[in-house]
Ligand binder design. Structure first.
Ligand SMILES: NC(=O)c1ccc[n+]([C@@H]2O[C@H](COP(=O)([O-])OP(=O)(O)OC[C@H]3O[C@@H](n4cnc5c(N)ncnc54)[C@H](OP(=O)(O)O)[C@@H]3O)[C@@H](O)[C@H]2O)c1
Length: 490
């Protein structure tokens, strides 16, 4: 069955940047499976000793592509690989590839970005701003371009409290930023109220698109926090430890034992497959809008894709329901019983980190050294705590989002399109989603399948007893020390 949205892509050539990333892979798979595209062109950089083709060949062996492999065994033939790098001038394209794209590409999904919160401003600007600038320049030369969707983030303007589907001012223009970087102006002075270089560079890139000097048929898509897939191509697929996934994985294996108390705050997770469906629908809308405007330059439309408006999920519920699954199928590789103590005061947090992370970490490192292995636990704790701190900013702050354009887009889809490109989060079933999320982490991050549950439960029981013994021991020692102290005083 092909639908209005799918039909837009008939015989079209679609360029995807960031196709080797989390979102880009799911987008590639869905377009190949559900839309009658002629070719998908992926712009991929070489990395380490692998060139673009070798990297792509490895990626399409992943389980994410099992379904399409089954439904369209020769899907790889529809993919054209082009080596390029957003950091390089003219995207590092060969003349041949550059000219081929100008002649052939019809649709551009720009997903590539560095999403590291603590990236240097220089590199984040190079990839997220200059990379986008070069791609826009290339797109403006494309002879048959029908649509361009730039993937930004719902948090590009996170210093604000209310985020509508609008453009907001940024402290610098692209040219000013380039000059500041040349003059070595300190990053905090440049990014002002932005908490990290990622969101800042995304905001500057959005404003560069606003001018739309090239009259491109372009839109901006702003997703919030992308979680695992809800159902397509399989439930619970994910591949990174970003944000809430990292936090839960750490607790599941008994590594992370204390975290900030953010229970009543909203965590704006959205399922990855729904995000891709919304993104494809935004392309459909963009193409239609441009057709209707007869190519007249219009302000590019923005679509916020968030869950908090229609189906808010709290951190408390997310963590609690994950934990419910933990009791049913804990991971076998747990290093300790999965427990956590939440703190509301940062000073208390530092003490808890010292007792629950640093002391056991140092003890385990000592054992590793005694076994002639390199110590790693303290280093891992430092890295994880840094990640939790970066996430903290986004967990304590709450935003009022508006997603009217996205909701209107959903309403404008036909019944068939809604079935094929489901993305409405109205009355979303978080319970089953969180369950899939838990088993997705277990399978794709921890690489454990359900055949080991019995063994894992038995190990977990032993770990629980050991944990209880330690709690009693710590309580006893604390009580004893207090008693000695009181005796000393009186
Ligand atoms: N994940 C989320 O929760 C989330 C939320 C909101 C918005 N977004 C946005 O969604 C988009 C995709 O995010 P993601 O989660 O898929 O990120 P990701 O997994 O880190 O993927 C990033 C992609 O960008 C590519 N890339 C980075 N630098 C490049 C360069 N210099 N040249 C060419 N390609 C480059 C990466 O290629 P390599 O494989 O070569 O590194 C990778 O394919 C980003 O624009 C991000 O801002 C993501």
């Amino acid at each position: 069955m092909e639908t209005g949205v799918a039909e837009t892509f008939r015989n079209g050539i679609v360029l995807i940047t960031g196709s080797t990333g989390f979102l880009g892979k799911i987008l590639t798979e869905k377009l190949l499976r559900s839309c009658p595209v002629k070719n998908i062109v992926v712009l991929v950089r070489r990395k380490k000793e692998l060139n673009a083709s070798q990297r792509v060949a490895k990626i399409y062996q992943q389980t994410l592509f099992d379904r399409i492999r089954h439904e369209k065994p020769d899907f790889i033939k529809s993919i054209k690989i082009i080596e390029g790098n957003l950091e390089e001038s003219a995207l590092g394209l060969s003349l041949n590839d550059h000219n081929w794209m100008i002649e052939n590409v019809n649709f551009v999904f720009h997903c590539a970005a560095t999403i590291k919160f603590n990236e240097t401003l220089e590199l984040a600007s190079k990839i997220n701003i200059q990379g986008t600038e070069h791609l826009l320049a290339l797109a403006s030369k494309m002879k048959n371009l029908k649509g361009f969707v730039h993937v930004s983030t719902a948090y590009s303007h996170c210093p604000r409290k209310e985020i509508k589907e609008e453009y907001y001012t940024v402290p610098v223009t692209v040219t000013e930023l380039k000059n500041m970087l040349v003059d070595n102006v300190p990053t905090p002075k440049i990014i002002e109220d932005w908490p990290n270089t990622y969101t800042f560079t995304k905001a500057v890139a959005e404003n560069m698109i606003l001018t739309n000097e090239n009259c491109l048929p372009i839109s901006i898509f702003r997703p919030s926090i992308i979680g695992c897939t809800k159902s397509e191509p399989e439930p619970g697929w994910l591949e990174n430890m970003n944000g809430p996934t990292g936090l839960i994985s750490g607790v599941m294996v008994g590594f992370l034992r204390t975290a900030p108390n953010i229970g009543t705050n909203i965590t704006d997770i959205i399922p990855a497959d729904y995000t891709v469906n919304a993104l494809i629908s935004v392309m459909w809308d963009t193409v239609n809008r441009h057709k209707q405007s007869n190519g007249v330059n219009k302000v590019p439309k923005i679509y916020n894709y968030v869950s908090c408006v229609e189906s808010p999920l709290t951190w408390g519920r997310y963590i609690r329901e994950m934990h419910d699954q933990y009791y049913v199928a804990p991971p076998l590789q747990s290093m300790w019983y999965g427990f956590y103590i939440l703190y509301s005061n940062l000073m208390v947090g530092s003490i808890l980190r010292f007792i629950l992370h640093r002391i056991p970490g140092a003890f385990m490192d000592l054992i590793l050294v005694l076994c002639c292995k390199s110590p790693k636990m303290l280093r891992m704790y430092a890295k994880t705590e840094c990640m939790v701190d970066l996430l903290y900013e986004f967990s304590i702050k709450q935003w009022k989002f508006d997603n009217e354009n996205t909701r209107q887009l959903w309403l404008s889809l036909s019944k068939d399109d809604r079935n094929m490109f489901q993305f409405s989060l109205k009355s979303f079933d978080w319970k089953s989603y969180i369950e899939s999320y838990y088993y997705g982490i277990r399978k794709h991050i921890l690489h454990e399948d359900l055949s080991n549950v019995e063994e894992a439960l038995s190990k977990n029981n032993k770990l629980l007893r050991l944990h209880q013994l330690c709690v009693v021991l710590v309580m006893f020692i604390t009580f004893h020390l207090c008693w000695m102290f009181m005796n000393y005083l009186f």
